[in-house]
Design a protein around this ligand. Sequence first.
Ligand SMILES: [Zn+2]
Length: 75
Amino acid sequence: MIQICEIQPDFFCEPCKDCGARPVLKQEKGLFSVICPTNPKHYSTKPGLVDINDWNIKNKKHSGFVDASPIKKAS
Ligand SMILES: [Zn+2]
């Protein structure tokens, strides 16, 4: 049995990086994952404990790891 519940509003959650939706919690067999409510193909955390932190890291647009856009302008 799968249950979907809203994350309490006082938790800070990044919006889904693909569609901008606020994530929801999915509970299945006692395991939680943070998922995108609009599309199951968007990022979701691994089933287990509620890991909003992991969701936030993966859905940050300004990730420290990826910096492919050259901002420098030739002067
Ligand atoms: Zn999404």
